[in-house]
Design a binder for this molecule. Structure first.
Ligand code: SAH
Length: 514
C-alpha cells in the first residue's frame, strides 16, 4: 500500500451489496448490516425502496430509465463517485438489484475501486432468476427433469446485426434456460431457439416483477408464449424461463396465494409507527404505501425550556410513562443533549403503552415494569392504577394526544405531570406519488386508524381536488368510531375491523377479498 499510512486510515470503504430481486426480506443479514453502517447508499433502479429503511445514511438513486435502458447516471460517473466518497472517509454502500455480479456490472465497479486503491467488500444477493424459481414455483434443476441451468442475457447491442448468442448451443443445452433482459426480444428468442432445433412444445414462461406484489407469470410453450405475453401488456423487469420446470408451477407456487397478494394498502400511521404494519403487509404478499397523516418535528422554545428544567429533576418521579416509540427516542436525545444518562432516572418505575415502545426502551437498557395487555391508554391506566396513589407520575408525550391518562390516573390519586418531548402536526398535503395513485385508481385500499386521521384524510383529498365519490380506492377503518368520523367527512367505508388494531384492518381487507 502507499507509504502515506495516515492518509490510508481515514479512507472509507465501499460495500457492493446485492439487494435481492424485490421482496425486501431477501437481502442477506450481512447486506443489512452494511446498510445499517452506511453514511451513503447509492442504489440502482431495481432496488426496492423499502430496503432504505435499513439505513440512516443518505440515499441516492442511480437509475436507468427502464423503457430505453439508457443510463441516467453513466457507469463511469458512478465509479468516480464511489471513489470520491470513499476518499472523503465515508462508508458507502453500492446497493444493486439481485446479485452484484450477475448482469450487474458490479465487477466493473470493484475493479475501478481496486485501481483507485479503495478497499471494498462484495456481498452476494438473491439473483432475479433464483428468486423467480422459488416465488413463481419452478425448480431449475431437478433429479428427473433438468441437470443444469444457464443464465443468459437477452439484451444485446441493438446496433449489431448478427446475434452473438450461440442459439445452437442454447437449443442443445441439457437443462433450464433463464434469459435476463429479454422481454423486448421474446419473439426473436423463442423463434431462434426453434430454428436451432428446440421443440416448439418446450414449456416456457415470462415472470415479471419477481417476489413483488405485482409479480405476474405467463406460461406457454416456445411456440405460444410470444403471443400470450403480448396480449398481457407485461412490464419489465422480467425473465424468460425455458424448460420442463415451468410445468412444476401447478404444484410449487405459493407466493401468489398469500392472503394480500397484489393488494396495495395506504398506511396512514405516523412514519415511525408504520414499520411493523408495512412488514406485515409485505409478508402477506401486499404492497404497503406510506402516507402518514401526522408528521413529527422538534418542540418549540417553550417546551425546550421546560425539558431543560425537568430533565434535571427526574429523580423525584416515582413513575415515567412512555406512550410512543418516538417519545422514547426523543426523551433520550434530550437527556443526551443535557449530558445526562439513565442514572438520572433513579429508581423510577417505567410504563410503556405497547410492545414496540417497550422494545425501544430496551435499546436504552431499560426493561419496562408495566406493559398493558392492550395497546391503548385506557388499558395502560388500568394496569397502573393500583400502584400510583400518592405517587409522582411523569408522562413523556407528544404535543398532541388524548387526555385519558391524566384523567384516569389523577382520579386514582396520582400526582400527574407531563413533558412534551416532540411535536406532532398534521401533514399539509398528500405526497405527489400518493395523489397520483389515488387519482389513477392504482391504490387498492387505505386503512384509517383513528377518527382524526379519517377527518384529516378527507381534508387532504379536498386539497388535492379529489371528490370522495370519485375515489376508486376503498377504505377500511379500525373501529365503528372511526367509521362514523369517516362517513361524517363524506367518505364511504368499505370495511371495518372487528379487532381494533392495524392487524384488524388487514384482516378486514382480507375478508373483503375472499
Ligand atoms: N443483478 C441483477 C440483474 C440485473 S440486469 C440480478 O442479479 O438479478 C436486469 C435484469 O434482471 C432485468 O432486465 C430482468 O431480466 C432481471 N430482473 C431483475 N429484477 C427482476 C425482477 N424482480 N423480476 C424479474 N426480472 C428481474
Amino acid at each position: 500500500m502507499s507509504s502515506d499510512s495516515t492518509a490510508a486510515t481515514v479512507i472509507g470503504k465501499v460495500f457492493l451489496v446485492g439487494a435481492g430481486p424485490g421482496d425486501p426480506g431477501l437481502i442477506t443479514v450481512r447486506g443489512a448490516e452494511c446498510l445499517a453502517q452506511a453514511d451513503l447508499v447509492l442504489y440502482d433502479g431495481l432496488v426496492n425502496p423499502l430496503l432504505l429503511r435499513l439505513t440512516r445514511g443518505i440515499c441516492e438513486r442511480t437509475a436507468r430509465a427502464r423503457q430505453t435502458d439508457v443510463a441516467i447516471v453513466a457507469q463511469a460517473d458512478i465509479n468516480a463517485r464511489l471513489i470520491h466518497e470513499a476518499k472523503a472517509g465515508r462508508t458507502v454502500v453500492r446497493l444493486k438489484g439481485g446479485d452484484p455480479y450477475i448482469f450487474g456490472r458490479g465487477s466493473e465497479e470493484a475493479a475501478a475501486l481496486r485501481e483507485a486503491g479503495i478497499l471494498f467488500e462484495v456481498i452476494p444477493g438473491v439473483t432475479a432468476a433464483t428468486g423467480a424459481g422459488e416465488y413463481a414455483g419452478f425448480s431449475f434443476t431437478h433429479r428427473e427433469i433438468s441437470s443444469s441451468v444457464a443464465f443468459v442475457t437477452g439484451h444485446e447491442d441493438p446496433s449489431r446485426k448478427e446475434t452473438r448468442l450461440n442459439y445452437r448451443a442454447l437449443a442443445a443445452f441439457p437443462g433450464t434456460l433463464v434469459f435476463y433482459m429479454g422481454l423486448g426480444r421474446l419473439k426473436e428468442i423463442c423463434e431462434n431457439l426453434q430454428v436451432a432445433g428446440m421443440a416448439k412444445s418446450v414449456p416456457a414462461a415470462v415472470v415479471c416483477h419477481v417476489s413483488l406484489p405485482s409479480q405476474k407469470v405467463v406460461e406457454g410453450t416456445l411456440e405460444t408464449l410470444p403471443a400470450l405475453a403480448a396480449a398481457q401488456n407485461l412490464k419489465p423487469p422480467s425473465l424468460i424461463v425455458i424448460g420442463e420446470c415451468v410445468k412444476q408451477r401447478a404444484q410449487l407456487s405459493w407466493f401468489e396465494n398469500l392472503p394480500l397478494f397484489g393488494v396495495s394498502i395506504g398506511v396512514t400511521r405516523p412514519e415511525e409507527q408504520a414499520e411493523d404494519v408495512a412488514q406485515r403487509i409485505v409478508r402477506k404478499g401486499g404492497e404497503p404505501v406510506m402516507m402518514p397523516m401526522i408528521e413529527v418535528g422538534p418542540v418549540n422554545q417553550h417546551h425546550q425550556t421546560e425539558i431543560a428544567r425537568v430533565v434535571r429533576q427526574l429523580g423525584r418521579f416515582h413513575w415515567l410513562v412512555f406512550t410512543s416509540v418516538n417519545g422514547v427516542a426523543e426523551f433520550f436525545r434530550h437527556l443526551r443533549d443535557a449530558k445526562l444518562d439513565t442514572r438520572c432516572l433513579g429508581n423510577a418505575k417505567i410504563a410503556a403503552i405497547g410492545p414496540s415502545t417497550a422494545e425501544r426502551l430496551q435499546d436504552f437498557g431499560i426493561s419496562a415494569d408495566v406493559v398493558p395487555p392492550e395497546y391503548r391508554a385506557e388499558s395502560l391506566a388500568k394496569a397502573m392504577e393500583k400502584q400510583v396513589r400518592g405517587k409522582t407520575v411523569l408522562w413523556v408525550r407528544a404535543s398532541r394526544g388524548r387526555d385519558v391518562l391524566p384523567r384516569m390516573l389523577t382520579d386514582v390519586g396520582a400526582l400527574f405531570a407531563q413533558l412534551v418531548v416532540y411535536e406532532n402536526r398534521d401533514v399539509e398535503t398528500l405526497s405527489p406519488d400518493v395523489e397520483c395513485r389515488l387519482k389513477s385508481g392504482t391504490l387498492d385500499w387505505i386503512g384509517l386508524s383513528s377518527p382524526s386521521i379519517a377527518r384529516h384524510f378527507a381534508k387532504l383529498l379536498k386539497t388535492s381536488g379529489i371528490t370522495p365519490n370519485d375515489l376508486k380506492t376503498r377504505i377500511a377503518t379500525i373501529s365503528p368510531v372511526t367509521s362514523a368520523a369517516a362517513r361524517e367527512s363524506g367518505l364511504t367505508v368499505a370495511q371495518e375491523a372487528t379487532v381494533y388494531t392495524w392487524d384488524g384492518i388487514l384482516q378486514a381487507i382480507e375478508r373483503a377479498r375472499s
